[in-house]
Design a protein around this ligand. Structure first.
Ligand code: MN
Ligand code: MN
Length: 460
């Protein structure tokens, strides 16, 4: 055998992936990114895509036939989608699990105040961010407000900043001329969380002479006029500031996409659209699970640790008199989440043999975790072999991945929560540059390879 046959090497996959097809596919993905900047918006967008692909909402007790295309939404923030297979659920499912939440700047429950004739929202950042990256960029306000009036709740969806004429919002930073002290701080301390206040207005209201917070009053008058809100309604609101720029191509050759929220919509989108694209009825039931709260530990009713998934699966299994535990035992899952792409500018935290590289395909990660594989499910050799054979069998461009140098940091995914349910699970995803920044970068080749790989996985 030659060295090429004997050695494993990571190679750019431009010779194995049709770049025009990858680019076409990326257009749909970019549109999805721009409309779905919060998990609720992403779920709404997913429901629309699913309905167009012939999926219908599954109610408990409905009979199921092979080929049925169903979905169930979890509290507007997560969704499970399935194509019912020919075999019994006792033979297991082909499951993908990704997340729709992304790092962002959340608005607090008592957010509104005025200082020196300027009005602000107090915030609490969501997920692991480098705080300095979120100052001096245009921000949109998106979210849900449950206005309580006369004993009733009125639910409003807010989206300000996306339309061309919309105003935007911003967190200010210090001018360099006065920043000599700030510039000596550690990067982690340069921007303080309590200073990450969103600037929202400067015009005082003239409607009440005695009011000492006239700019705050003007903001409340505007929100009351437009949405019927009073200040107490912030308590029953989930408002977030997200970057106000749209997804775009990167590079002279347009081989990459820059956008907010690739982590983890760059896996959610191929996991769902590969399911939508299934033409024939698969042998095993194929399920795509898109969850919330991954960035803050997968907790809560909409996170991966919630029983939502088990309840959904139990409902499906009941139609076939199958125990969900037996279904799980025979299932296999791709925990589809992003990994770091090797960045030559920061080579000292990467490890060139094992870290994933831009443009080398769908990235398969045996384990994530940190400090001696803590917080990972660490897929078995047998399961890794199974995934390799599926991807090679379908001629999918894939590569290995890990999360940077050992003891440099690390991180986790939802993989361990699936594996804890007795489901064989492997991490697989798309490599990302500048992960968790307001503007992240991925390769179209990797995105499209993920789509093809996941499609092969559903059909395996
Ligand atoms: Mn992620
Ligand atoms: Mn993340």
């Amino acid at each position: 055998m030659t060295s090429e046959e004997l050695f494993y090497s990571k190679k750019p996959a431009f010779d194995r992936v049709d770049f025009d097809q990858a680019s076409d596919y990326a257009e749909g993905y970019k549109a999805f990114l721009d409309i779905g900047k919060t998990e609720r918006e992403a779920v709404t967008a997913m429901v629309n895509l699913a309905r167009n692909a012939g999926f219908f909402p599954y109610q408990r007790g409905m009979a199921l036939q092979p080929g049925d295309r169903i979905y169930r939404v979890n509290r507007e923030k997560g969704i499970a989608l399935a194509v019912i297979g020919q075999k019994s659920l006792a033979e297991g499912i082909r499951l993908t699990a990704a997340h729709l939440d992304a790092p962002r700047i959340d608005i607090r429950t008592v957010p509104l105040y005025e200082q020196e004739n300027m009005a602000y929202f107090k915030t609490h950042y969501y997920g692991g961010i480098k705080k300095y990256q979120w100052t001096t960029i245009p921000l949109e306000l998106r979210g849900t407000v449950c206005v309580c009036r006369d004993g009733k709740m009125v639910k409003l969806r807010i989206s300000i900043g996306a339309a061309p004429d919309d105003p935007k919002f911003v967190i200010t930073d210090l001018l360099p001329h006065l920043a000599s002290k700030q510039m000596q701080e550690k990067m982690a301390d340069g921007i303080k969380a309590e200073n990450m206040n969103i600037l929202i207005g400067t015009k005082p209201s003239d409607s009440e002479k005695g009011c000492k917070d006239k700019v705050k009053l003007a903001v409340m008058e505007y929100l009351n006029h437009k949405y019927g809100m009073t200040e107490a309604d912030f308590l029953s609101a989930e408002l977030s500031c997200v970057p106000a720029f749209d997804a775009c191509d990167i590079g002279f050759d347009r081989t990459m996409v820059g956008a907010y929220g690739h982590d983890d919509r760059v896996c959610s989108y191929p996991a769902a659209t590969a399911l939508f694209a299934l033409q024939d009825v698969p042998e095993n039931t194929a399920v795509c699970l898109l969850v919330d709260k991954e960035e803050i530990g997968s907790e809560g009713v909409t996170g991966m640790q919630s029983r939502f998934f088990d309840t959904f699966m139990a409902d499906l299994c009941r139609t076939q008199d199958v125990y969900p535990e037996i279904c799980y035992e025979n299932s296999i899952c791709l925990s589809t989440d992003v990994c770091n792409a090797y960045d030559p500018n920061y080579a000292d935290v990467s490890e060139s043999r094992n870290d994933a590289r831009m443009g080398c395909g769908f990235a398969i990660m045996k384990y994530s975790g940190s400090r001696g594989k803590s917080g990972t499910s660490d897929a078995s050799a047998e399961v890794m072999a199974r995934v390799r054979l599926i991807l090679d069998g379908a001629n999918v461009a894939w590569q290995t991945a890990q999360l940077g140098r050992v003891d440099q940091g690390g991180g986790g995914t939802v993989a361990m929560y699936l594996a804890n349910r007795n489901i064989d699970t492997v991490d697989a995803g798309v490599p990302v540059l500048s992960m968790h920044a307001p503007f992240e970068v991925i390769s179209k080749i990797d995105l499209y390879s993920a789509y093809l790989g996941i499609q092969a996985f559903y059909q395996a």
